[in-house]
Design a protein around this ligand. Structure first.
Ligand code: GDD
Ligand code: MG
Length: 369
């Protein structure tokens, strides 16, 4: 089976994590995000993947290589300029088979694609959209369907008034089974959105939805959801290869002082050091070369490569980028995101989604937000 994965977006909502790195290869728990998608696809018999790239394609290629680590043949197609979700597919036309999967490149999921393909075949659809339930559909593509799955409406990023009378919020999961004939609906050589221009045109003409209400599904495209994904992977809410590493929810490969506390689920990578009296977890990843100094707390958070969390500092619900330093007693919480190399002095308080961009320096006691 063949799959096209769209990874050409700039990942702006995940900045500063994506300031220098494209979203598909941002580290999630212990591997580049795309590894989860490739492992999931491989598990459903996908052996041929076309990555449709734009932004920082060279870095994506460097990290993922030819796909052999994942048992997949991986090829890259680079658009001359961002062509939008449908334009990107059109641009890859010469590589596509009669039937293929198309995926948004930022979904962490264990949706049963095999069942989706089986339904696609049974219904004779031109396109079958994977659907998942959400509480708030406003950031997604809302899909209205008949009981047999036929799509009767597609509303991308619906406003409040468009939700009147809708009581089942099924959204497009960014997982599509498509017949090659879909390409005929896309004009070449221009920017085209599959959500705004193609799906609405296909409504009533072979567009179906396959709802998977039990699967795990998350678009990792914001810091809040990136953290959610981290915690969910650690807790085993979604089936991933990370679970193979955990014993009673823990993988402790780094050095932990005997007086420190590690609470499951947590991963402390080789080369990380946890000092006396520190507490790490639950829901924490301390990457290789990172240090958590004496008395510090790291909870529901990620501390990436080479970062240092100072004495008695608190990192809670936060993302600490590679090589960040956090001074003593500083608190970083409530979805604070610290970009690569940020240097925070001591006695600061960062909360409520503050984002500090790569390389910035903040003095002692300079921020109470
Ligand atoms: N090659 C290429 N070129 N890829 C692109 C382009 C482009 O011009 N624009 C976006 N992409 C890729 C992104 O990298 C991402 O993997 C995917 O297409 C979807 O773009 P997002 O920017 O993440 O869209 P979204 O999350 O707001 O909405 C989409 O996903 C939702 C599910 O997460 C839509 O497909 C919604 O309908 C859907 O519900
Ligand atoms: Mg997205």
């Amino acid at each position: 089976m063949q799959a096209v994965i769209l990874v050409g977006g700039e990942g702006t909502r995940l900045r500063p994590l994506t300031s220098g790195i494209p979203k598909p290869i941002v580290t999630l728990v212990d591997r580049p995000f795309m590894a989860y998608m490739l492992q999931w696809l491989h598990g459903h018999g996908v052996d041929d993947v076309i990555m449709s790239c734009g932004f920082l394609a060279t870095k994506v290629k460097e990290v993922l290589g030819d796909g052999s680590d994942y048992g997949i043949s991986l090829r890259f197609v680079e658009e001359p300029e961002p062509r939008g979700t449908a334009g990107a597919l059109k641009y890859a036309e010469e590589f596509l088979q009669d039937r293929f999967l198309m995926l948004n490149g930022d979904v962490l999921t264990d949706v049963d694609i095999g069942a989706q393909i089986a339904q696609h075949e049974r219904s004779g659809a031109t396109g079958t959209l994977g659907l998942v339930p959400v509480e708030d559909p406003s950031a997604y593509g809302l899909v209205l369907t008949e009981p047999d799955g036929e799509v009767t409406g597609f509303l991308e990023k619906p406003g409040p008034d468009q939700l009147d009378g809708v009581d089942d919020y099924l959204i497009s999961a960014g997982i599509y089974v498509l017949e090659r004939s879909v390409l005929d609906l896309i004009e070449p050589d221009r920017k085209v959105s599959i959500e705004r221009e193609v799906w609405p045109e296909l409504v009533g003409d072979g567009l179906y939805g396959y709802a998977d209400r039990d699967a795990y599904w998350l678009d990792i495209g914001t810091p809040q959801r990136y953290l959610q994904g981290t915690v969910d992977i650690l807790a085993g809410e979604v089936r991933t290869g990370v679970l193979d590493r955990l014993h009673d929810g823990l993988a402790v490969d780094g050095e932990v002082d005997p007086s420190a506390t590690v609470l499951a689920p947590a991963i402390i990578e080789a080369g990380a050091r946890i000092a006396a009296g520190a507490t790490v977890g639950p829901g924490a990843v301390v990457a290789s070369g990172a240090r958590v100094q004496a008395g510090a707390v790291v909870e529901r958070s990620v501390v990436l490569d080479g970062a240092v969390v100072g004495e008695d500092a608190v990192v809670r619900d936060a993302i600490v980028g590679p090589r960040v330093t956090i001074g003593s007693r500083t608190v970083a919480e409530q979805e604070t995101v610290l970009g690569e190399g940020v240097q925070l002095g001591g006695d600061n308080l960062l909360s409520r989604g503050v984002k500090v961009f790569p390389g910035a320096t903040v003095g002692d006691g300079a921020i109470r937000f």
